[in-house]
Structures are given as C-alpha cells and as structure tokens.
Write a protein of this length. Structure first.
Length: 294
C-alpha cells in the first residue's frame, strides 16, 4: 500500500502562509466593515435629516442648497406641534391600542405555537399549514369584508375593531412553533410527571425559556401596531379616537409646507419605537438565531 508523502513546510514558509491568511482575513473584514458602514449611513441619513429639520426655523427648511445642521436651532416646531395638534391625546390613544394589541396577539400566538410544536393530534400539520396560508393573503383583499363585519357587529369607530381582527398572527405562530423544537420534550415530560398541568408548564417553563422569542415578537408587533395607518383610517371616524399616524396625516394636510413642524411630529412619533427596540435589541438577535433564521 502506497503511502502519500506529506511535505512539511519549514518555519519560515509556515509563518508566511499564516501571515497571508491573516492578511486575507483582515482585507475581507475591512471590505465588510466598509460596506456595512455605507449601508448604515444610507439607512440613518433620513432619520438624521428628519431630526435636524425639526430644529430648523421655517426659513431654513426651504433654503437652497439645503444644509444638514441648523444655523439657529429652535424648539418652536415642537411647541407648535403640541399647540396645534393634541399630541398627548394621540400618544395615549396609540399607546393603549399598541400595547393591548401586542399583548393579546403575542400571548395567543405563542399559545397556539406551543400547541402546534409540542402536541400531536390528527390533522395538526394540515391545520398549521392552513393557518400559515393566511400569512400570504394581502390585507387589501379582505379589508372591505372585514369592515362590513365590524360594522354589523356594532364595532365601527371603536378600538375593539382594531384589536379583534389581530387577536393572533400566523407569523408569530410560525416563529414560536419553530422555537418549540429547541425545547426538549423530556423537560416537559418531567414537569408532567411532577404533576404540573399544561397551563403551569406553559407559563412556568415554556414562556421563561422563550424570553428571546417573546421579546422579538413584542418589539416587532409593537412597532407595527404603533405605525398602523390603513385599518385605523378605515375604522375610526372621529378625531378624538385617532392614532398618531392619522394625526400626522391630518397635520400633513393642514401644514404641508411647514416642514419643520412635520419633522417635529414625526420625531415625537418615533421615540417609543426606538425605546422598545433599543431595550430588547439583544433579545431580538438571540430570538432570530434560536428560531433558525441565522
């Protein structure tokens, strides 16, 4: 049997080869960092421009060529927003709807995902794919029948019309079901042997272990509910129940040329979303990794 001859490099050649690998890795990392930095600048530039414009006087918002930083920063735009638009009321309405919808949606969806992920029953896969198929149906397809249904239930111009249609979500069910595959069945069986019921197992074992996924869903759905515009525009008819996106649209219609005031309103509207995202950012990354999307 012929043996292959293994050629060993001398120490100098090994050092050169190692240096070449390190140099190649550094060049690759440098290119990646440059591309990521350029992409981050492209994404952050509109936000920086919005924030800068919110502090500019009206005359500076229409100057040409435009300038990034204001020459004379002012808070007049923010005071005008609170005076001409009931921002406190809009904040309270939006916070109430966003929090209730997020809590209800995430809780019911995680419960359904737990059932699909850890229980075996006839027609489970068919039912799951049926639920998942609703994910691909555009909202514009069924928004008119949904509105007629809400009106027939005497829920028009109420927050219940915003909450009930989104009591659960196929995306959240799918995400939580994927996470359930990472929890060993032996852990749940041990709890059952100790006498714990399914509700106790779900609340005391599953939810604490699923904290990254739950935080990810809370961040996503709070952001979506906070920025929801089309369905509240259809359902809500009185201004005292308007949400922030609707209030900002009214401000655009009324003060369309006062760009500083518009940017001030948009900056105020984005603050809660940024706070939620920053507070659960590490959970979002961990949750996406655990559910198989890394």
């Amino acid at each position: 049997m012929a043996l292959k001859r293994v050629e060993r490099l001398d120490p100098v050649s090994q050092t050169r080869a190692r240096s070449a690998r390190v140099s190649g890795l550094l060049r690759t990392n440098l290119v990646n960092y440059i591309l990521l930095t350029l992409g981050a600048l492209v994404m952050v530039a509109p936000f920086i421009w919005m924030l800068s414009t919110s502090f500019k006087p009206q005359a500076e918002t229409i100057t040409f060529p435009p300038q990034l930083l204001p020459k004379r920063a002012t808070l007049e735009n923010y005071t005008q927003v609170f005076e001409r638009l009931n921002m406190v009321r809009l904040y309270m309405n939006t916070a109430y709807v966003a929090v209730v919808k997020t809590v209800v949606n995430v809780y019911t969806s995680t419960l359904i995902g737990y059932v699909f992920g850890k229980f075996t029953f006839r027609g489970r896969d068919v039912l799951f794919y049926l639920v998942l198929s609703t994910w691909i149906i555009p909202f514009e397809v069924y928004m008119i029948p949904l509105y007629v249904m809400m009106v027939n239930m005497n829920l028009g111009n109420t927050y219940w019309a915003l909450i009930i249609p989104e009591i659960s979500s196929a995306y959240a069910v799918f995400l939580f079901r994927q996470f359930m595959f990472t929890i060993p069945n032996d852990l749940l069986d041990a709890a059952r042997i100790d006498g714990a019921g399914e509700w106790r197992i779900f609340h005391s074992i599953v939810l604490p272990l699923a904290r990254p996924v739950v935080a990810t869903l809370v961040a996503f759905y709070f952001m979506w509910n906070w920025n929801d515009f089309l369905w509240p525009l259809i359902v809500l008819t009185t201004s005292d129940k308007y949400l922030l996106p609707l209030g900002l649209s009214m401000m655009v219609a009324e003060f369309g040329t006062q760009y500083g005031m518009l940017m001030a309103g948009a900056s105020l509207a984005i603050v809660p979303v940024l706070m939620i995202f920053v507070s659960v950012q590490r959970y979002i990354i961990e949750g996406i990794a655990l559910t198989g999307f890394k």
